[in-house]
Ligand binder design. Structure first.
Ligand SMILES: Cc1cc2nc3c(=O)[nH]c(=O)nc-3n(C[C@H](O)[C@H](O)[C@H](O)COP(=O)(O)OP(=O)(O)OC[C@H]3O[C@@H](n4cnc5c(N)ncnc54)[C@H](O)[C@@H]3O)c2cc1C
Length: 339
């Protein structure tokens, strides 16, 4: 049964813990509820879907309707040589990873401990330790909030890219993802190409070639707990900036000035720069400015130290300007700014 609440404090619903309110707020627990809500949406000045709030920055009070996705459900089905995992859009992503690795399934173990919901995972094509959700993606179900019907998206229709998909571009704000199907594999193999990951496995006496999904997941969790601040202790939204991509010429020019700069060659000849290195090399790691701080260990992570949205927005703009001034490179923020 749909219940529309008014003036709801969003602080517990975003990992930056920004204390803004939503004028209207409702939880949806099924596709049917969501479809019935669609016919009422024109009554609201605006609306948006919210999952775990771990990739948004609320800059102001929200004057419309927040649709909080709570659609549950986890199931596994044998499909030829693979297993298809079906996960409700409101499920906690990490819980789904744990359920998969408990079954001995390879595929999403490297994406352990990423906060947020299943439904938001394809929106920015979540990725970590050499794996992105697109690598195992089969399809998703989404409710078209304007038409009020269910649509199916395959990988091609999702237009996945680095931290990007059609849900951040042409179809932004139009759909609520209600279920995601992933192709998992009992006979798969571990992807331990990242040096940090193979080192962690070695430390535990586990061979990188033979690691089970559970062992991989444990290793990823150990590294992440060591490196990333827990939002419940230090409010943050993970990496605040995307790694910028530059041309080969620009890369060469930067390498001459900054020989230690960390970068990765891309198959198309361009280079991805480690944005954390760019910020760190300016000596900004740990910098505190008006209640917002760059994390002491992770230059990509911004922490709300009590300054709220204004402090974070101002600091983020200052970081962008300083990076541009120093390197001539434009950086973009990963979380969506909701104003
Ligand atoms: C400590 C920390 C570490 C992180 N590490 C990583 C990482 O390693 N890799 C990575 O990729 N990300 C990482 N993130 C970012 C974040 O966890 C992911 O982007 C996650 O998928 C966001 O999920 P959410 O449910 O919190 O989304 P929200 O913040 O609630 O929403 C994000 C966007 O998706 C939209 N959205 C949400 N749910 C739906 C839906 N069902 N249908 C349609 N649109 C929807 C929202 O409208 C919003 O635009 C990290 C964040 C934190 C706080």
């Amino acid at each position: 049964m749909l219940r529309i609440q008014e003036h709801v404090n969003l602080q517990p619903f975003n990992t930056f813990a920004i204390p803004v309110t939503a004028r209207y707020f409702c939880e949806v627990t099924s596709e049917a509820e969501l479809i019935s809500l669609c016919s009422q949406l024109t009554d609201y000045p605006r609306y948006m879907v919210l999952g775990g709030g771990s990739n948004v920055l609320f800059c102001n009070h929200y004057d419309g309707l927040i649709i909080h996705n709570r659609i549950q459900g986890i199931s596994f089905e044998a499909k030829n040589q693979k297993v298809h995992g079906q996960f409700g859009g409101g499920e906690n992503w990490h819980e789904c990873v744990l359920r998969s690795v408990e079954q001995g399934l390879y595929g999403i173990e490297n994406l352990s401990l990423i906060p947020g919901t299943v439904g938001a995972a394809p929106v920015q094509n979540i990725g970590a330790y050499g794996v992105e959700i697109k690598d195992v993606f089969v399809s998703l179900r989404a409710v078209n909030l304007i038409a009020g019907n269910v649509e199916i998206f395959n990988a091609e229709r999702c237009q996945f890219d680095y931290r990007d998909s059609v849900f951040k571009q042409a179809e932004a704000g139009k759909f609520c993802i209600t279920e995601v199907t992933l192709s998992l594999d009992k006979a798969g193999s571990p992807k331990a190409g990242y040096g940090e990951l193979s080192a962690e496995l070695a430390q535990c006496g586990i061979s990188a070639e033979d690691a089970t999904p559970k062992q991989m997941s444990n290793a990823v969790c150990t590294i992440r707990k060591r490196k990333l601040p827990d939002p419940s202790e230090l409010p943050n939204a993970g990496s605040f900036f995307k790694n910028p991509i530059v041309s080969a010429d620009k890369h060469q020019q930067l390498k001459q000035s900054f020989p230690d700069m960390v970068s990765y060659a891309l198959p198309n000849g361009e280079y991805k720069l480690a944005c954390g290195w760019l910020i760190d090399a300016m000596g900004w790691k740990g910098k505190l400015q008006n209640g917002a701080q760059i994390h002491q260990q992770q230059a990509l992570v911004l922490i709300n130290r009590g300054g709220g949205a204004e402090a974070i927005c101002n600091f983020a703009n200052d970081i962008k300007a300083a990076v541009y001034e120093r390197y001539g490179v434009t950086i973009e923020s990963e979380p969506g700014w909701i104003s």
